[in-house]
Write a protein that binds this ligand. Structure first.
Ligand SMILES: [Zn+2]
Ligand SMILES: [Zn+2]
Length: 192
């Protein structure tokens, strides 16, 4: 019996199957009429779950599902007038639909930030399938701030592992190394 609704894309087992050569697709918000449409001209990279309290989640889910794509590969193709930045004081500017609340993409405007070249998207809003399943969960302990009882965390971590989604309390080691390499290059410890 599930103690925590993790995310609808994984709660009943992971039924996301990568297709070789997936080249991106169209993201839609939840509006029945005039949905915001965002076209992504890239595979969805680093697909993962995020337990932080800032990322958009489907109703009742403890985690969001999030991937990175090169920011110049993201174009708002319909109803962009409905987008607004959720919180301009946050490092990541999350562009959400004013009517249904779905976050369509997020970008970091700070030019020297390690994630500046990327836009973050929610793959489950993709009309097109073929992207890879999430391979890790970031900021798992933050799910407590989102309302998961601390006593359910052992179950949650075990369930994520069972699903093939490695739980981490920050980013995955691969992403942490990218972040640290960026910092080391900025300091000159590592050749740029
Ligand atoms: Zn909408
Ligand atoms: Zn998050």
């Amino acid at each position: 019996m599930a103690k925590v609704a993790i995310h609808p894309a994984v709660d009943n087992g992971v039924h996301i199957h990568a297709h070789a050569g997936f080249k991106g697709g169209t993201l839609l918000c939840k509006c029945k009429t005039d949905p915001v449409e965002v076209t992504v001209d890239s595979d969805y990279l680093f697909n993962h779950l995020c337990g932080c309290t800032q990322c958009w989640k489907p109703e009742g889910a403890a985690f969001s599902m999030l991937a990175a794509v090169p920011r110049e590969k993201v174009k708002v193709t319909k109803n962009g007038q409905k987008l607004k930045i959720v919180d301009e004081t946050k490092l990541l500017h999350r562009y959400a639909c004013k009517d249904c609340g779905v976050h369509m993409y997020g970008v970091i405007e700070k030019a020297d930030h390690v994630f500046h070249p990327f836009a973050f998207i929610h793959p489950e809003r993709s009309r097109d399938e073929g992207y890879a399943a999430p391979t890790f969960a970031a900021f798992v302990s933050s799910a407590i701030e989102g309302g998961v009882p601390p006593t359910d965390m052992a179950w949650l971590r075990a369930r994520l592992k069972e699903l093939g989604i490695e739980p981490y309390d920050c980013y995955s080691p691969e992403l942490m190394d990218i972040v640290a390499s960026h910092a080391a290059k900025a300091k000159g410890t590592l050749a740029a």
